[in-house]
Design a binder for this molecule. Structure first.
Ligand code: NAP
Length: 235
């Protein structure tokens, strides 16, 4: 039995990743910050036949992340896979993410979730991941973080947060190069979720597919890369 933690798993792409991993035999720890939303997601997953349990997890809180690691240790004792999916776009009203009028508080908030959150959760979970025979870490990035593609709207907090996440992903992969822990980043494409106001062509299941692929890489799989359904995404 393999165990996966998915952050931000109560809805959207994270929920689809949790359901997809459960469907191929993983026990899924459903990381979510809101009690009611988390319990509803766990119930939905269990109704669909998944082996799932809820883990209270706010990626912006050191205490919450430490408590989540303790919960997972107590419940299952190790982690095979960590999917750092939780993320926010940040406010855009009043030119908050126009670079020429950028609201630095918005930048701080977005980076705290999308980058520091990943570091917090990853470092808290690494001791549990090190106990698994073939640990995998997947960071949910975005092609908006690509420095060369210039996709999506101008969002001067969100896009750089994903550029930094990509860079952090490479640092982890280098640091863990001589271990069995494989770390990669991915882009789900443009997916219909709350995040996009459900005005996007891809389903959460389609968005989840690349994360599930990277979560289940063989031992000789790529390390420190950035991928979507079509293959390598340009940095
Ligand atoms: P979503 O439906 O808004 O879901 C985001 C998830 O992250 C929710 O479960 C949310 O929990 C959780 N979250 C936010 N802040 C959190 C925190 N501090 N602690 C714990 N959980 C937190 O968005 P989505 O489209 O599924 O996005 C998932 C990931 O994909 C994000 O990293 C996003 O940047 C990335 N992405 C999405 C698209 C797209 O087209 N949708 C494209 C590229 C990349 P609550 O319900 O409690 O808010």
């Amino acid at each position: 039995m393999k165990i996966a933690l998915v952050t931000g798993a109560n809805k959207g792409i994270g929920f689809a990743i949790a359901r997809g991993l459960a469907s191929i035999g993983y026990t899924v720890a459903v990381g979510a910050r809101d009690d009611a939303r988390r319990e509803r997601a766990v119930e939905q997953l269990r109704t669909a036949g998944a082996d799932a349990f809820g883990v209270a997890l706010d990626v912006t809180s050191d205490e919450s992340v430490a408590a989540a690691a303790a919960t997972i240790e107590r419940t299952v004792g190790r982690l095979d896979t960590l999917v750092n999916n939780a993320g926010i776009g940040g406010r855009i009203d009043g030119g908050a993410q126009d670079p020429t009028t950028l609201d630095l508080d918005v930048v701080r908030t977005v980076v705290d979730t999308n980058v520091f959150g990943v570091v917090r959760v990853t470092n808290a979970m690494l001791p549990l991941l090190r106990r698994a025979p073939a640990p995998r870490i997947v960071n949910m990035s975005s092609n908006m973080g690509s420095l060369s593609l210039h996709t999506g709207p101008i969002m001067a907090a969100y896009a750089p947060s994903k550029s930094m996440l990509n860079s952090v992903t490479v640092q982890y992969a280098r640091r863990l190069a001589d271990t069995n822990i494989i770390v990669n980043a991915c882009c789900p494409g443009y997916v219909a979720t709350d995040f996009t106001g459900f005005a996007a062509p891809r389903t959460p299941e389609q968005g989840a597919a690349i994360a599930i692929r990277l979560a289940t890489l063989p031992d000789d799989g790529p390390r420190g890369g950035f991928f979507d359904d079509a293959g390598v995404v340009e940095w």
